[in-house]
Design a binder for this molecule. Structure first.
Ligand SMILES: [Zn+2]
Length: 377
């Protein structure tokens, strides 16, 4: 059984524009009409307690959100509005992720997708940012460690925007590996998500940024997955994996300039589904294309469920030139730089066959192999 933190009406209230509920509502509706929803186990969310939120955020910041939420609104940080009732929905968003990780650990489900709102990966301990109020994933990670006894947790954040909040919260913590793959040179918060931001003290090497050039598609992401993300996860050995599942690296997203399509999200999900023996919760972050984000969400959730929805076939009618982007030289250079920075050139020798193959097979051959696999489906 695969879990899904079911939407509640509160997640779909409040806010308009990029912060609005429509893409999330459409993901839910597409899950429904495609028949996938009926194959999922619903997980009822709950509100996080103040004690749980306090494991990440300061008392002053929590009180600021509560106060503005009850007195007509205000700002949590740059461009991040607190509206009437935002405090309660932010608690419910954080608690939804906690409910998801608990459901996985209690064997109620094998893995889960938390379709929560507002997002969390840009929020730091002291400041909201990029539409995020409370750091949902970070709060769930502290729950995993302090309440559930999980010692090592990893995050892979593939939202188009750098996961600056998660990075900052765990920057000096050697027991949390934070990996962010994102569009290069887009600043949210204090950090740019550059290669050099690698963690501090004992945690040096436990923060991994993989900035990719705008326009990167499936090949660039999967090359980074093979050469940097999976080897880093193997080296770290987490007991639980959270995926910061932004869908704004999808083509057509109004806030990102990347080129992923649903099959790219499927490939990324397949690669991570085997890590931690499936102890995985994907947590919804950004994703603002009302057209494409629902299909990308469907691809992720179907893959976690181990099925392929017929609704995904709609993209087979698209021109291959649009949806199949081969690895470009400047993208390969970006992945090479990340591999050198985070793993060292010589480290590549020590990892598994999958990695060696991705390095040794000429890229043209690799692409043809991928084409053959696709045509055989
Ligand atoms: Zn984003």
């Amino acid at each position: 059984m695969r879990g899904y933190v079911r939407e509640v009406d509160e997640y779909l209230e409040h806010g308009e524009g990029f912060a609005g509920p429509e893409p999330k509502r459409r993901i839910r509706n597409l899950l429904d009409v495609s028949g996938v929803l009926a194959q999922l186990t619903p997980i009822a969310p709950r509100s996080a307690t103040v004690e749980e939120v306090r494991r990440v955020h300061s008392d002053e910041y929590i009180e600021k959100i509560r106060r503005h939420s009850t007195t007509g609104g205000g700002l949590a940080g740059p461009g991040t509005v607190i509206g009437q009732g935002s405090y309660e929905i932010a608690l419910l968003s954080a608690g939804g992720v906690i409910a998801a990780v608990d459901a996985v650990l209690d064997d109620e489900v094998d893995n889960a997708y938390a379709l929560v709102r507002p997002p969390g990966h840009h929020a730091t301990a002291e400041e909201g940012n990029g539409l995020c109020l409370f750091a949902n994933m970070a709060i769930a990670i502290q729950h995993l460690r302090r309440v559930r006894g999980i010692d090592r947790v990893a995050v892979v954040d593939w939202d188009a925007h750098h996961g600056n909040g998660t990075q900052e919260i765990f920057y000096d913590d050697p027991d949390v590996l934070t990996i962010s793959i994102h569009q290069a040179n887009v600043q949210v918060g204090r950090s740019l998500g550059s290669l050099e931001e690698r963690g501090s003290g004992e945690a040096t090497g436990c923060n991994i940024n993989i900035p990719l050039p705008p326009g990167s598609g499936r090949d660039a992401y999967m090359t980074a997955m093979d050469r940097v993300i999976l080897p880093s996860l193997r080296r770290f050995g987490p007991s639980f994996l959270l995926v910061g599942c932004g869908l704004d690296a999808g083509a057509y997203d109004p806030t990102g300039r990347m080129m992923l399509w649903p099959d790219g999200f499927r490939a990324l999900t397949e690669a991570l589904a085997k890590v931690c023996e499936g102890h995985l919760v994907a947590v919804h972050e950004g994703g603002y294309s009302e057209f494409l984000a629902p299909f990308c969400g469907l691809a992720v959730i179907s893959t976690l469920r181990g099925i392929r929805s017929e609704a995904e076939a709609v993209f087979e009618t698209f021109p291959r030139s649009e949806t199949d982007q081969h690895l470009q030289p400047h993208q390969r250079a970006a992945v090479d730089a990340a591999q050198r920075c985070h793993l060292g050139v010589q480290a590549c020798e020590h990892f598994g066959e999958h990695l060696k193959q991705s390095i040794s097979v000429p890229l043209g051959e690799r692409q043809r192999g991928a084409d053959l696999q696709r045509s055989a489906r």
